[in-house]
Design a protein around this ligand. Structure first.
Ligand code: NAP
Length: 281
């Protein structure tokens, strides 16, 4: 029997997950189709319920359902439960398991960039869903300190409550950002600033003068490949890494969860690069 996986979101059609996963299934000659399940909010419970069909292996979950899906699943992995968000669902014998591969995907991307977060002083910019996964991953990896900068500091505080590590929450103001960045070995950008095809495409959260040359700047934004923040980081003499690695690794982990096989990483990466080159979205 052919199997199916898909992506649940609203909208879902701009996601790069179908491109990546279809390429990986084809490369390994797996009889699995990847479908796009654009799901308006009232349909979310039924859509998740439909994952219990015998031919469905699971799903990706994207905006705006990473948190809303939680109570509709049968069980959660410890990572998904701790973060309070799922981006991957595994269907096994009628049971739906929620997982979060953003956190380990981020850590693998850092590792690939040759950076160990253990003992590092980290500044996280933003306090949305991606920041939750990043802060959890950094805390689990033994970061020495974590500072979260957010327009709504109460959102940062909620993230801080999730982890046992010491977390400082600072406002999104030039002075506070300068101070927060000054002591950082790692700066992780988790807002949409600099993202192509948005009103913020030309914006950067920090300029070169605020970035220590010794820091690694990881921008979760992956389109364009060189964001305004990454240009500022390079101008400061810092190491600058875009979000493509995290995207590929979170997808690779989802692939492994559904198929039980290691993902063909190069295939995933090339599929994303080709889509971006072809003018995605
Ligand atoms: P989200 O839940 O909507 O959170 C966005 C965060 O950015 C919020 O803290 C928001 O603050 C802040 N923000 C938005 N506009 C801002 C502005 N103009 N100035 C300052 N802060 C602003 O989104 P998300 O899921 O966390 O995603 C964040 C980014 O990460 C997106 O660009 C997404 O594409 C990227 N991402 C990449 C990967 C990857 O694999 N590379 C994975 C996940 C996400 P407010 O609460 O004040 O609005």
């Amino acid at each position: 029997m052919r199997k199916r996986v898909g992506i649940i979101g609203f909208p879902a059609r701009h996601s790069l997950s179908p491109v990546m996963q279809k390429a990986a299934f084809a490369a390994l000659r797996l009889a699995i189709d990847y479908e796009v399940w654009e799901t308006p909010p009232p349909d979310l419970p039924a859509r998740l319920g439909s994952l219990r069909a015998p031919d469905v292996l699971g799903a990706n979950v994207t905006i705006p359902y990473k948190e809303a899906a939680l109570p509709l699943l049968d069980t959660l992995t410890p990572t998904a439960r701790a973060i309070g968000a799922v981006n991957t669902v595994l269907h096994r014998d009628g049971v739906l398991v929620g997982e979060n591969t953003d956190a380990p995907g981020f850590l693998r991307a850092l590792e690939e960039a040759g950076f160990s977060p253990s003992g590092a002083r980290a500044l996280v910019l933003g306090a949305g869903g991606a920041a939750r996964a990043v802060v959890y991953a950094l805390a689990q990896s033994g970061a020495a300190s974590i500072t979260i900068a957010a327009r709504r500091v109460e959102w940062a505080r909620r993230i801080a409550e999730m982890v046992a590590a010491p977390v400082e929450c600072i406002p999104w103001e030039a002075g506070a950002l300068t101070k927060g960045a000054a002591g950082a070995d790692l700066i992780v950008h988790c807002t949409p600033l600099g993202m192509a095809h948005t009103p913020y495409a030309s914006q950067t959260p920090l300029v070169a003068d605020q970035i220590p040359p010794s820091a690694l700047v990881y921008d979760l934004v992956y389109t364009p490949a060189e964001t305004p923040l990454l240009r500022e980081a390079q101008a400061a003499g810092a190491r600058a890494v875009g979000g493509l690695g995290m995207l590929v690794h979170q997808g690779a982990l989802a692939f492994q969860i559904w198929t039980g096989r290691p993902a063909p990483l190069d295939t995933l990466r090339q599929a994303v690069l080709a889509a971006l080159k072809g003018g995605y979205p």
